[in-house]
Design a protein around this ligand. Structure first.
Ligand SMILES: *[C@@H]1O[C@H](CO)[C@@H](O)[C@H](O)[C@H]1NC(C)=O
Ligand SMILES: *[C@@H]1O[C@H](CO)[C@@H](O)[C@H](O)[C@H]1NC(C)=O
Ligand SMILES: *[C@@H]1O[C@H](CO)[C@@H](O)[C@H](O)[C@H]1NC(C)=O
Ligand SMILES: *[C@@H]1O[C@H](CO)[C@@H](O)[C@H](O)[C@H]1NC(C)=O
Ligand SMILES: *[C@@H]1O[C@H](CO)[C@@H](O)[C@H](O)[C@H]1NC(C)=O
Ligand SMILES: *[C@@H]1O[C@H](CO)[C@@H](O)[C@H](O)[C@H]1NC(C)=O
Ligand SMILES: *[C@@H]1O[C@H](CO)[C@@H](O)[C@H](O)[C@H]1NC(C)=O
Ligand SMILES: *[C@@H]1O[C@H](CO)[C@@H](O)[C@H](O)[C@H]1NC(C)=O
Ligand SMILES: *[C@@H]1O[C@H](CO)[C@@H](O)[C@H](O)[C@H]1NC(C)=O
Length: 760
């Protein structure tokens, strides 16, 4: 049963693809995720009871693929359509969705998975010492749902780590457990045998990372500090996770770039049961209603158990409403740049210079001018993309070739370089198209190369047109720190507003996701590259990379505040985020225009401030039920809540009334403009006592008026709660989207909630 596809969300080789759904014929067997609910007479207390009960829905032994405990009231099973019809007529059946899997459409080899730039411990901001010192993440377990792990990397050394906390119940499936230690405390595989109905999965497959993605994300979240980290000599520094004292548990659910949802759920189920505090998921599929999205259902279960879930916002930006993983119980993470460039500079024969990026900078890079040629000049259709075969019969020997960005998932940027090289080219210049703007990626190309921005690309192409014998050179410049603007939004980072719940502002937050250096199982770059001794790292990009940064921040907060709920941790992260870049200017997008909240969410994460937010907006698990009843039918809500819910007996609330740390209000076109919307919030004091906060409103656009009542909140106790109301009056005409903020300001804290007002 082929369905939609899910992919890992690292930007390159992991292209986000939607497969065509294939309608199965009646007797074709496929995997379905089936939601069931007990009849009153039936109570399944233990996991074994549940499994037996689930089996009563199935025609024969061997059909059950995964029996879920925490992530669904239900199971994954292999069934024909006809058999599913029988199951759906049984008492207790609620709904079923076909399993969705995901296939990467690239022809990469592991070497080609090496993407671009510098390591997380870069600069001061992301070094372990700057956000928590010796205690960063201590006592907290981060579960990473991904491609497995390369356990022998020093990023998973347990030097100085205490043993896992007593609550840990997980397992290590490497060689009888000998490879796990007090850092990497668990590692298991949850990949069902897709074509074998005997469902022999799990124990027998060690959770080895054959891809690199899982090793990279796990070490980004909680890797140990490794000095002298670099990739092909670039990005040299100390590589360390954001919460270097946290424990890591790895759940391998993807054999390659394809991850079955049924397996993802099994991994999340185990992570909850094992005692993980934070779950990091750099995987995503298309946006669908939450009750039809098993991962949304499963993470709801995690949230109910107090487990924080951080998920990738997607790599389909800059398109509007491309954000995925957008349920309010998830932290939805966007991606932005850091202040580091792995620079190669293009010098043209007319004296102009343009800075670009490439990870591979051989010492013998061309230092003289070479003839410069535009690949599209060959006249072949789509030759400008330098796909395999496109340069056949076009003489590029000894020349630097300009290859356009893009051209489809099979023409990765590294393949373009390989095509140029095999045609005898001396180098490659890779200019952005307009949508990619100023975002450039430092990747492990196989020849001297430079990925340049759109504006540079226009100038380079104009120069080629302007002269009979254009020439250029590519100068290796090495790793440059302190580049500006930073952070800036990456073009690929998916944008809001959320299709599924426009009344919740998504994404929530942005973190480093461009050219991120972290552990990798093997050396990257061309096979001719110098072999470096020591541990291997790679630099890659995507919301896959920003997500584990935020998982690490959540672990860091959780270790300081063990009793905070997932919603309180999210509130702390969002209300303390930076809305300016390191130069003090508004955070810019890939076009160097001020980025709106649909790109940045609440802003760029500030880990130090997030640990001491002053106030939090908390949400109890039951509060989400009223919110869900505002969106869906009782049966749909029952799937998500994993128990019968009667929405007629629940106080349903509109989306904007959920006690979320940001505010999103949508006015219908025909709204009576003298009628305001009242948004209620409850702030909980987690800072000093007594304390007094004053309301401030930042709305630059006068088409919307925002007021806060009362204007002062006085707290006399820890965890004391105070209600307030934000009144939003729409104005006449004007902008379609107006964005600003409500801030509660005390002597020591500023608690900022972004406010986004849209007009249909
Ligand atoms: C299914 O399992 C069998 C036996 O364990 C194995 O030989 C086969 O390769 C597996 N198939 C897939 C697609 O993993
Ligand atoms: C399925 O797996 C079983 C053992 O787990 C094996 O005996 C059988 O041959 C496999 N079937 C297929 C079609 O791979
Ligand atoms: C990924 O692994 C699955 C299961 O082994 C396999 O069926 C699929 O073809 C693989 N996909 C790719 C792109 O290699
Ligand atoms: C963005 O939208 C355009 C126009 O609808 C489409 O051609 C393009 O494929 C989209 N990009 C992504 C990354 O989805
Ligand atoms: C990409 O390559 C795969 C596998 O070789 C092929 O099935 C697919 O059609 C190709 N896609 C495009 C857009 O060329
Ligand atoms: C191009 O295609 C040919 C034949 O399919 C293959 O042998 C070669 O490795 C490919 N080259 C690149 C750079 O992918
Ligand atoms: C270069 O010349 C070609 C052909 O005349 C034209 O299509 C293209 O727009 C020109 N490019 C620039 C950047 O001027
Ligand atoms: C749902 O609740 C309403 C109001 O309490 C009640 O009238 C109705 O019978 C309930 N429906 C079910 C299916 O329990
Ligand atoms: C808009 O609301 C105001 C105040 O409630 C009311 O007086 C007025 O009649 C309404 N206008 C329309 C067109 O509904």
């Amino acid at each position: 049963m082929d369905g939609f596809k899910l992919s890992l969300l690292s930007f390159l080789p992991f292209v986000f693809v939607l497969a065509i759904a294939v309608e199965a014929t009646g007797d074709e067997i496929g995997t379905f995720i089936v939601h069931v609910q007990p009849q009153e007479s039936h109570v399944a207390a233990t996991a074994d009871d549940r499994k037996e009960w689930y089996k009563t829905f199935l025609p024969e032994d061997g059909r059950l693929v995964h029996a879920y405990h925490h992530v669904a009231s239900g199971f994954a099973a292999r069934l024909t359509r006809q058999e599913l019809d029988v199951v759906s007529a049984m008492p207790g059946f609620v709904s079923a969705v076909p399993d969705q899997t995901h296939t990467l459409q690239t022809t990469h080899t592991p070497q080609f998975l090496g993407l671009s730039a510098p390591p997380p411990p870069q600069g001061k901001r992301w070094s372990s010492s700057s956000h928590g010192g010796s205690g960063a993440g201590a006592g907290v377990i981060v579960g990473v749902i991904d491609t497995g792990v390369f356990p022998d990397h020093p990023s998973f050394s347990d030097a100085g780590m205490p043993p896992p906390p007593a609550k840990w119940k997980g397992h290590c499936d490497f060689n009888g457990g000998s490879v796990c230690n007090s850092k990497l405390i668990g590692a298991r595989t949850f990949i069902a045998n897709a074509t074998n109905s005997s469902s022999s999965y799990g124990e027998r497959l060690p959770p080895v990372d054959d891809v690199g993605h899982g090793t990279h994300t796990a070490s980004t979240a909680a890797g140990a500090a490794v000095p002298g980290a670099h990739v092909l000599g670039q990005g040299l520094g100390v590589a360390a996770g954001i919460a270097p004292h946290a424990h890591v548990a790895v759940y391998k659910v993807c054999p390659n770039e394809s991850c079955a949802i049924s397996d993802i759920l099994a991994g999340v189920d185990a992570a909850i049961a094992d005692g993980c505090d934070v779950i990091s998921i750099s995987i995503g599929g298309p946006s669908v209603p939450f009750h039809e999205n098993p991962v949304a259902v499963g993470t709801f279960g995690a949230m109910e158990k107090g487990v924080f879930v951080s998920m990738a916002a997607g790599n389909a930006g800059p398109n509007v409403s491309s954000v995925i993983n957008d349920a309010p119980w998830m932290l939805t993470v966007a991606a932005s740049t850091m202040d580091r460039s792995i620079r190669t500079t293009v010098r043209l024969g007319n004296g102009l210079y343009f800075d670009g990026e490439s990870l591979y900078q051989p010492n013998d890079s061309p230092s003289t001018f070479y003839p410069l040629v535009y690949a599209g000049a060959s006249g072949k259709p789509s030759a400008e993309f330098c796909g395999n075969g496109s340069l056949d019969g076009f003489d590029v020997r000894g020349k630097i070739v300009v290859c356009e960005f893009g051209g489809g998932p099979n023409i990765t940027r590294i393949i373009k370089g390989a095509v140029v090289q095999s045609a005898g080219g001396a180098g490659m210049i890779l200019p952005n198209h307009f949508p990619e703007g100023y975002t450039t990626l430092a990747e492990a190309h196989v020849l001297p190369a430079s990925h340049v921005d759109y504006v540079a690309g226009l100038a380079i192409k104009a120069y080629i047109n302007s002269t009979a014998n254009p020439v250029a050179q590519i100068l290796p410049r090495g790793t440059v720190l302190g580049t500006t603007p930073a952070p800036a939004m990456a073009f690929f980072s998916s944008r809001g507003p959320s299709v599924q719940n426009p009344g919740i502002l998504k994404p929530d937050i942005t973190g480093p996701g461009v050219n991120v250096l972290a552990a990798w199982p093997f050396q990257v770059g061309p096979s001719s590259a110098q072999v470096y001794p020591g541990p291997t790292f790679n630099i890659i990009s995507g919301t896959s990379m920003s997500t584990p940064h935020l998982s690490g921040v959540a672990a860091f907060i959780k270790s300081r505040h063990p009793h905070w709920s997932p919603a309180a941790i999210k509130s702390a992260i969002m209300t303390t985020a930076d809305i300016t870049d390191r130069s003090g200017n508004p955070i810019l997008d890939e076009q160097r225009a001020p980025a709106n909240f649909f790109a940045t969410g609440a802003g760029h994460v500030n880990p130090e401030k997030a640990a001491d937010p002053g106030l939090v907006y908390d949400i109890a698990p039951c509060d989400y039920v009223g919110y869900l009843c505002g969106l869906y039918t009782s049966q749909e809500v029952s799937v998500i809540a994993r128990r019968p819910v009667n929405c007629s007996a629940v106080a349903a609330i509109p989306e904007h009334q959920l006690n979320y740390p940001s505010i999103s209000v949508k006015f219908p076109r025909a709204w009576n403009s003298s009628e305001p919307v009242l948004v209620r919030r409850t702030a909980k004091n987690v800072g000093e006592v007594p304390s007094e906060y004053y309301a401030a409103v930042d709305m630059l656009d006068t088409t919307v008026t925002v007021r806060v009542f009362p204007r002062t909140l006085r707290f006399t106790g820890v965890n004391q709660e105070k209600d307030f109301t934000v009144v939003v009056w729409p104005g006449q005409g004007g902008a379609r989207v107006v964005q600003g903020a409500v801030r509660w300001v005390s002597e020591t804290h500023t608690v900022r909630s972004p406010v986004s007002v849209t007009f249909a």
